[in-house]
Write a protein that binds this ligand. Sequence first.
Ligand code: ATP
Ligand code: MG
Length: 567
Amino acid sequence: MIIGIDLGTTNSLVSVFGENGPELIPNSLGSYLTPSAVFFDKSGNSIVGESAKNHLVTNGDSSTSKFKRLMGTNQLTNIARKNMRPEDLSALVLRSLKSDAEAYLGCAVEKAVISVPAYFNDIQRKATVAAAEIAGLSVERLINEPTAAALAYGLHDKDGEDTFLVVDLGGGTFDVSILEMFSGVMEVRSSAGDAFLGGEDFTDRIVEYFCEKMDLVSDKMLAEDLSRLRLVADRAKIMLCDEMTANVSYRNGEEEVALSISRDKLESISKDLINRTKIPLQRAISDAGLTASEIDRIVLVGGATRMILVRNLITRLFKRFPEHELDPDTVVALGAAVQAGLISRNAALEDMVMTDVCPFTLGYETSRQTLGHEQFEHGIFSPLIERNTTIPVSRNHIVTAMQKGQKEIDIRVFQGEAPYVRDNIKIGSYKISLPYNMKEHEEVDIRFTYDSSGVLEVISTVVSTGKESKLIIEGNPGTLTGKEIEKRFKELEKIKVHPRDEAQNEALIARISAAYENALGERRSAISSLLSEFEHALASFDKRRIEEVRSVVEERLQYLEASNAFD
Ligand SMILES: Nc1ncnc2c1ncn2[C@@H]1O[C@H](COP(=O)(O)OP(=O)(O)OP(=O)(O)O)[C@@H](O)[C@H]1O
Ligand SMILES: [Mg+2]
């Protein structure tokens, strides 16, 4: 059994290709969306999801989120006195999704298709594969998020013959893809994106705006207070989808402050973010050799495309309304399940074919002799696989040694669109030893193979001897070796998961505590009595009573969370 996973910056989902097509799998709280947040309780057990998200407000030292943005780096997060890599934190989320799938399917799960932003680079992709391995999952395929969304749409409308534009603005990443679809065959024509642009950046802007109003400096705030302000800002951002102005309140010390923001204000404080979305949109269209009017359908994916200013931008640029037949929150996970179905050759998908592209250029560093001089200019980028080439793809170049007696050639691999390597991203490097008695122009064949998951392999062969060497990215910042993965797998195995049957109760307590933090006066005491009512029920150990009280408390809490002191 292969599961599909959408490992998001803010929310993650798990799915499977069942008898009736792709299905979403609920978590232990009965919800399809699991916030990508991790919390460690006092006994060191891990909790992932809604509850961990609320703990960000009450236990900042023991909880964390948004670590997808750190994937591919060596940045450690200190949490509950442990130093964790982004792969470890992602692995905890993956492990939680794996166990939700196992509970739902009633069997062990070891294989997964995981979606990644199309614009994730090679290091970020390898980090995602490592995270899965640490969680005890083997990755059957990485699928680009907009491609997954298109697969879900394609299955939905099998006989369509259209050119699609998929715009995916999630919590932390922005991807654009153009696809052509005809009788079950889906071809990605181009992809472009920004791996560091998402809905969370708009929330940050609102946080800064609110800070300014309260004379606060976000960098100097306590982690817990900042998380609480973020929750308030996020709520305001979501309210602006239905209302012209959002009114929220924030407890600043011993004072409850009324905060408001209008749609126009949000637009003016995030102009540069909106402008940044235009760049990948334009590039994807021109790389596909199309004009805006040649696009038949526009599909919006990712929670942040619910923002009115994003919808307005798309409508203005393309002079038509985008569609959202499928839920933008779940469509990537559904597509990952379709890909899992394709890999396991599910009969229902027999006539479906999908091809994808490599969204960026991959190449290596070379030097060239400057005209008329005996000097060399270094740092030149030589592309080997050009962006938007259909994958899998394998390409080679022959390079020659520059000098007689040269002992080795340094191969440095880069990704990017700039003519000089200094402006591109370094993927890795290695040295090829040349034969002792080498000829004047010893040749080396360099081959790049980019597989269907978007993972790069580089092999070089000394032509005269046939000696092969492989680029091993070990020691490169942000990449774990096989040994390290094994070690972290064992470490993670030691971390116990908070008992599943207590998940709902634990989550509610975390939510009440977070709401309590942000209230004062009467609202605070109302929230406090909810807490004691629920704790009383828990102490009774009477399952039915607990369930009854839980649903009453949830309802009252929802009302209290939505209201504020200034309504
Ligand atoms: N109604 C809404 N209005 C505005 N923003 C919203 C709304 N609903 C969700 N969002 C925002 O969407 C983002 C989350 O979207 P989504 O769940 O698609 O992201 P993700 O898959 O976790 O991230 P990524 O794909 O970038 O890794 C958050 O920033 C959230 O605040
Ligand atoms: Mg997403």
